[in-house]
Structures are given as structure tokens and as C-alpha cells.
Design a protein around this ligand. Structure first.
Ligand code: S3P
Length: 441
């Protein structure tokens, strides 16, 4: 699929919802699968990545009733099988493009009394897995990989807790170890390298499991009375701030725009984008703050304003890790040179997001320079329309589509099907705000 994007000469306006949070949707399915009883999950994200998790969990013998009431939001009833009730899968589990699926499931499967194989797409097969294999092996797990990459062959093992001093800030690695810790003898202590997203800890707490966080340390104790028992979930998944990022930045850079996004997740470990955009001079307001399944939510209003360049580094990078493709687009419209440091992790996302982003933005005339751990962009610039490529990366595809709105002539975004990995209905949502985007062949 190809997108045709035309210069946006009219403001974006209106009120929309974005699909449910991808990270929370993955975790809700996995944790409900090992809960004691039936979980009810509303506004679950039916995207490529999360459907891979849902199907993997079904292959482990978990019954899931699905109410597909809209293409952007499903309601699920999941019959949990308890911590030790999963069934051996008949064939390798296909995690598609989803890093969260494979890394978190590896944590659960490492503690099972049966063997399993986790595999995925050619894109996923490129991504580093030693970051989970090594800590899980230190807990006693038996995982054989293909030179540190997918497929992962997991054999039964008995696990024990340990003190894990993380070298990289990664919620996927932290969560894999936390989930394995549910099956371990002894206590597990994780000392984080940076403030990575804490959805696993929050969801475990909502299910009656105390993973205690003190500063940068998360501890899961072994219970003297036997296994932890997870009570079922009853929750509505918040809107994904990482999906909201695309219309938000579009509104911030298209003159006279004002848009509102309802029920967006505002977990502090995810709102680095809002902090950076505020520093750049963007205006937001939040109304109707509340809570959904242990996650803070609210309605976000964003308006156009003149942006200026900023330096981005340190902890903010972790709290905005998925947002750099779209932040780069904001930087092209900001006065001065925006510099991103401490973001080498971007090189091991769905694609190398530093070099791919630089390659595609150059085609639109952007003055972008790669650094080993980030990039610099000089703005503001009048972008020129061009044919650009997502390289199979959903967030790069959406960022390029938003950049196209700020260009002077038509932009074509190729290989755009991957947008469905995280944001089903992206084009319709943007069009509802008045964006000039069309789907082509
Ligand atoms: C995720 C964690 C982040 C993020 C990814 C989703 C999660 O990855 O980039 O999109 O759901 O835990 P890392 O943990 O590898 O930084």
C-alpha cells in the first residue's frame, strides 16, 4: 500500500480517539493468560503486533472470546489458566514483527515444564535477543538462539531469582525478567539503567502481585506460601500516547490547528514526547484526568505554535524512545538546530531508526546529520514532496506521512501497510481531522 499526502493548506481540527496502547495490550493478554479466572479487557488494540501475541497465547491453550466491535478496538474475555496451566504449543510461536511479544513471552515460557520455540518475521530475526537471553540464563533458563537472534528454543528449567543490574534502559528486558521471576525460587531484584515504562509493574499490582518499586529498583519477592496467584483483570486499555504522537505533532506544525485526543494514556514513563514538545514551545492542555486499570489517562488538546530547537538527551530519551521519528519531523519545523544524544537504542528498533530516518528525511530536503547515538536537524525548513519509504517500520511510515503534510508538493509514502502494526485506522483518523492523505495502490 502507498499513501499520497498533499500539502496541508487548511488547519487540522476536531476531536478523535486513538487506538489502545500497544505495550499495555500485549501485557494484558499475557498476564490474563496466567491469571486465575476470566479477565475482561476493553478497547484492546487489534494491530499486527498485538494480534501476534493474542494468537501465541491461544496456541498455549488459552481460550479467548473476541468481540470485534470496531476495526480499531476489540473487547476480549480471556480465560486464565493460572501460572502453571499453559499447554505445550504444537508448533513454533510466530511473534511477527513484535519485539514486545517475543521478549516478554520468553520470560513466561522460560519457567514452563515444556519446551517451546519463539520465531518471527525476517525483521524480528534481525533484532538483538542476548539482552533477554543472558539475564534469563542467569536465572537458570535454558534458551538456545541463533547467534543471539530469533528463533529462540526454550527448554524446561527451574528458575531462581537474582540481582540484575541492567546495562540498558529497556522495559522489554525488565519485563521478561519480572515475568520469569513469577516462576523463580528466591527474590528477584532489578536495578534499572533508566526510567523505562512500568506497565508490567502496574498491571501486576492491579492483579494482586506486589512488584515493589523503590527509586530505580524493582523487587519481586518469592512468596513463602507458594506461587503468586494473579487475580483476573477488568480494564479498559488507554489510548496509545505513541500513536497520539502523530496527530499531536501534525497539529503542532500545521498553522492554526487545534485538535483534542480523548482518553490518552499519560503514564509518566511514556510522556517524554510531551515534555520535549513543550520545551520546543508547543502548547497542550490536559482535561478530564482519571485512571484506567492502574494507568493515568486524560484528554489532550494540542495547538499550532512557533517551535524552537532543543537539545534532547539523558532520561527523557527513554521516556520518548518510540517518538523520535515524529520528533524529528517537529524539529524540521523548529527554529535552530535540534540535537538528539544518548539514543543509540534507536539503532536496534524495528529498523535502524537513525540511519533510515536520515535517509528518508534527506529526500524531503531536511538538513539532518547522523550521530552514533542520535542526530541533529537544522530548521525551520520548507519540505519538498518526494517518494519516501517506511522500510517496513510503522512509526517511520507515519512520521513521513505527517512530514508530507508540511511539504510543498505531493509526497508518496511507500510500503505503508506496516502502519497497521501499531495504528489500525491511521489514515481515517488523520482524515477525520482534515488531513489531506489518500490511500493508493
Ligand atoms: C516496549 C518497550 C520499548 C519500546 C517498544 C515497546 C514495551 O522497547 O521501544 O516499542 O512494550 O515494553 P525497549 O524495552 O526495547 O526499549
Amino acid at each position: 500500500m502507498k499513501l499520497h499526502i498533499f500539502p496541508q493548506t487548511t488547519p487540522l481540527a476536531g476531536t478523535i480517539t486513538v487506538p489502545g496502547d500497544k505495550s499495555v495490550s500485549h501485557r494484558a493478554v499475557m498476564l490474563a493468560a496466567i491469571a486465575e479466572g476470566t479477565s475482561v479487557i476493553r478497547n484492546w488494540l487489534p494491530a499486527g503486533d498485538t494480534i501476534a501475541t493474542l494468537e501465541a497465547v491461544q496456541s498455549l491453550g488459552v481460550r479467548i472470546e473476541i468481540d470485534k466491535h470496531s476495526p480499531q478496538a476489540w473487547d476480549l474475555q480471556i480465560e486464565g489458566r493460572g501460572l502453571r496451566g499453559l499447554r505445550p504449543p504444537e508448533r513454533p510461536l510466530d511473534c511477527g514483527n513484535a519485539g514486545t511479544c517475543i521478549r516478554l513471552l520468553a520470560g513466561i515460557l522460560a519457567g514452563q515444564p515444556f519446551s517451546s520455540v519463539l520465531d518471527g518475521s525476517p525483521q524480528l530475526r534481525q533484532r538483538p535477543m542476548r539482552r533477554i537471553i543472558e539475564p534469563l540464563a542467569r536465572m537458570g533458563a535454558d534458551i538456545v538462539a541463533n547467534d543471539g537472534r530469533t528463533p529462540l528454543h526454550i527448554q524446561p528449567a527451574s528458575l531462581h531469582g537474582f540481582d540484575f543490574h541492567m546495562k540498558i534502559a529497556s522495559a522489554q528486558v525488565k519485563s521478561a525478567v519480572l515475568l520469569a521471576a513469577l516462576y523463580a525460587r528466591g527474590d528477584t531484584r532489578i536495578i534499572e539503567a533508566g526510567p523505562s515504562r512500568d506497565h508490567t509493574e502496574r498491571m501486576l499490582a492491579a492483579m494482586g502481585v506486589e512488584a515493589v518499586t523503590e527509586g530505580m529498583c524493582v523487587t519481586l519477592r518469592e512468596l513463602e506460601t507458594g506461587d503468586w496467584r494473579l487475580t483476573p483483570l477488568d480494564m479498559t486499555i488507554p489510548g496509545d500516547i505513541s500513536s497520539a504522537a502523530f496527530p499531536l505533532v501534525a497539529a503542532a506544525i500545521i498553522p492554526h490547528s487545534e485538535i483534542t485526543l480523548k482518553n490518552v494514556g499519560l503514564n509518566q514513563t511514556r510522556t517524554g514526547l510531551l515534555d520535549i514538545l513543550r520545551q520546543m514551545g508547543a502548547q497542550f492542555s490536559v482535561q478530564n484526568r482519571s485512571d484506567s486499570g492502574g494507568e493515568p489517562i486524560g484528554d489532550l488538546t494540542a495547538r499550532f505554535d512557533e517551535l524552537h530547537a532543543v537539545e534532547i538527551g539523558g532520561e527523557t530519551v527513554v521516556r520518548a524512545i518510540d517518538e523520535f521519528p515524529i520528533l524529528a519531523v517537529a524539529a524540521t519545523q523548529a527554529m535552530g538546530e535540534t540535537a538528539v544524544h544518548d539514543a543509540a537504542e534507536l539503532r536496534v528498533k524495528e529498523v535502524d531508526r537513525i540511519s533510515r530516518l536520515a535517509g528518508e528525511l534527506l529526500k524531503l530536503g531536511v538538513d539532518i546529520r547522523e550521530r552514533p547515538d542520535g542526530f541533529t536537524i537544522a530548521g525551520p525548513l520548507r519540505l519538498r514532496g518526494a517518494a519516501v519509504d517506511s522500510h517496513g517500520d510503522h512509526r517511520l511510515g507515519m512520521a513521513l506521512a505527517v512530514a508530507g503534510l508540511a511539504a510543498q508538493s505531493e509526497t508518496q509514502a511507500l510500503d505503508a501497510d506496516c502502519i497497521g502494526d501499531s495504528f489500525p485506522g491511521f489514515v481515517q483518523t488523520m482524515r477525520a481531522l482534515g488531513a489531506k492523505i489518500k490511500v493508493g495502490e
